[in-house]
Design a binder for this molecule. Structure first.
Ligand code: C2O
Ligand code: CU
Ligand code: CU
Length: 565
């Protein structure tokens, strides 16, 4: 172990000191018909050393898909691997069967053909494999690609958008290598940082306003981005959309799965060199990437330390400023797009999700980690969400390490972090949020457009070893939840009582209630206000008449008829 580490460290230092490599810019596919072929390959991360990889349409990573909102696209994903996998369109609002989650497998030598309309707002999304227990392996070996969505609103703005010239895709990843230069999955010793699969990269950028589209595609590591001279830059977008205006900062924390777009003002900076860095020394303990990954420094994460990147500042990308282009963007718009968060008062349901380690004690950082005391089960639907429901998800992290929580199908708006309004750059559209140790994050979202009783969507921690170990759950969005199979009518251990207040009922169960849905006799969802309190719940604002109450208790559905006064 120690010997491996020294070897890896010397690789790291050698590369840091001696070689600079031109940043690879992934090819693009700018078409409504998209063909992806997943296959094995080899790649020379280290001069003269052959590393076995996996890629889409090449040896490593995959082409950047450039999509236009409103377009109908047809994709063909050919699996030429000897392993089953899936491909998920992270952040995009597509139907469950097109989403590419762990149930939508692509066996070897088969082709998967999703087709959908691009409904998303202009932003940076990405695609990656999502096979249960093998997501980290397939992503770490190299399969991941960017998706740039354009829309009319963004097209109105004077922003850089010449791909690879003033609009630069950056897939930032750290990987762990063994002594034979082979990629290790499920490893906590990721000591090599790369951008677009390039170690020690440099890029020549024109002396004008330049846009960087950044994905943290790492399995686990959080970066604290900044520039080497500490100058400020402007964040203009989060995961799923542009902001209402640029947000000026000199630091940007980005967790696995998260994206950000930033503008650098390089006007009259020709011949300057500046580094994009991670100021990981400023990350508080309790985040993967800090000196200690847990808040309790006595907790040990296997093989995490020593590692030259933990809690240290390091370079990510060398930027050499060169001559400007012929039609440069030279100024930064002061306002961008309209952002329409959902008002908290519109929520029909609040769900509480608690993250905890399976075992307590100083070993707990090694997982597994549970959500509401459960590990992922392919056969259990954790929530049945009524179509068009507006929900608040309240995420509480009762573990000692931060988890980047991600949900499929939707973009959400963060309402609060520990009761406080989030910083401005977390008020836009998001699909990943880093929930710090002992923190509670609340977000609001709407489950619209797609309903499917059979194929679920996922929610999970985007630290891939955590996800693979079961820190994941699934939900279906149903427009006809009464047809969802296997519920027990009039299960005895649930009591429903009408309270003194008009239109109000109280539900008392013997076990934790994880979901309540109410329907009228026609089977149509009604959306009352529901306050959950573990095994009891108060349902308010029901209309008088007969209602059907469906409860999910301990993963079993229970249905009861009640008369509302
Ligand atoms: Cu980026 Cu469920 O994943
Ligand atoms: Cu996703
Ligand atoms: Cu996690």
């Amino acid at each position: 172990m120690k010997k491996n580490y020294l070897l890896i460290l010397s690789i790291f230092l050698f590369q840091t000191v001696y070689t600079q490599n031109a940043l690879l810019i992934p090819d693009t596919i700018n078409d409504t018909n998209i063909n992806l072929a997943l296959d094995y390959g080899t790649y020379e991360f280290f001069t003269g050393k052959v590393t076995n990889t996996m890629g889409a349409n090449g040896n490593i990573l995959g082409p950047t898909l450039i999509l236009q909102q409103g377009d109908s696209i047809n994709i063909s994903v050919a699996n030429q691997l000897s392993d089953t996998t899936t491909i998920h369109w992270h952040g995009m609002h597509v139907s469950a069967e097109n989403d590419g989650g762990p149930h939508t497998v692509i066996p070897p030598a088969t082709v998967w053909k999703p087709a959908f309309t691009v409904r998303d707002k202009a932003a940076l999304y990405w695609y990656h494999p999502h096979l249960h227990e093998k997501t980290d392996l397939h992503v770490s070996k190299g399969i991941a690609g960017l998706i740039i969505v354009r829309d009319n609103e963004e097209a109105q703005l004077d922003l850089p958008r010449t791909y690879g010239v003033d609009d630069i895709p950056l897939v930032i990843q750290t990987k762990a290598f063994d002594a034979d230069y082979q990629i290790l999955a499920h490893s906590n010793s990721d000591s090599v940082v790369m951008v677009n699969a390039t170690i020690n990269p440099y890029v020549d950028l024109p002396a004008q306003v330049v846009r960087l589209r950044i994905l943290n595609g790492s399995s686990q590591r959080v970066f604290n981005l900044g520039l080497s001279n500490n100058e400020t830059f402007l964040q203009i977008a989060s995961d799923g959309g542009l902001f209402s205006g640029p947000f000026e900062t000199n630091r940007l924390q980005i967790a696995p799965g998260e994206r950000a777009e930033i503008l650098l003002n390089l006007n009259s900076r020709e011949n300057d060199t500046v580094y994009l860095m991670s100021y990981a020394s400023e990350l508080p303990n309790g985040i993967y990437g800090a000196t200690y990954p847990g808040t309790n420094t006595g907790m040990v994460l296997n093989a995490y330390n020593p590692n030259p990147m933990n809690g240290a500042d390091f370079n990510i990308l060398q930027i050499n400023v060169k001559v400007s282009t012929t039609n440069p963007v030279t100024s930064i718009p002061t306002s961008l797009v309209s952002v329409n968060p959902i008002d908290e008062s519109l929520a029909n349901t609040t769900r509480t999700l608690t993250f905890s380690p399976e075992t307590m004690g100083l070993d707990q950082l090694n997982g597994k980690f549970l959500i509401n005391d459960a590990s992922f089960d392919m056969d259990v639907i954790n929530y049945t969400i009524p179509f068009e429901n507006i929900e608040i998800w309240e995420l509480t992290n009762r573990s000692a390490i931060a988890h980047p929580f991600h949900i499929h199908d939707v973009q959400f708006y963060i309402l609060s972090r520990n009761g406080n309004v989030p910083p401005v750059n977390e008020q836009g559209r998001k699909d990943v949020v880093l929930v710090k140790a002992q923190e509670t994050v609340r977000f609001i979202t709407k489950f619209e457009t797609f309903a499917d009783d059979k194929v679920p969507y996922m929610y999970h921690c985007h630290m891939l070893p955590h996800e693979d170990a079961g820190m994941m759950g699934q939900f279906v969005v149903s427009s006809n939840p009464l047809s969802v199979e296997s519920y027990n009518l009039n299960k005895p251990e649930v009591k429903i009582i009408t309270t003194q207040n008009k239109g109000e009922i109280k539900i008392i169960a013997e076990e934790k209630i994880s979901d309540i849905r109410i329907y009228n006799l026609q089977g149509k969802s009604v959306f009352p206000n529901i306050e959950y309190d573990i095994n009891t719940a108060l349902v308010k604002n029901l209309s008088p008449g007969i209602s059907i109450v469906m409860l999910s208790i301990n993963n079993q559905l229970v249905a009861k008829k009640v008369i509302i006064y």
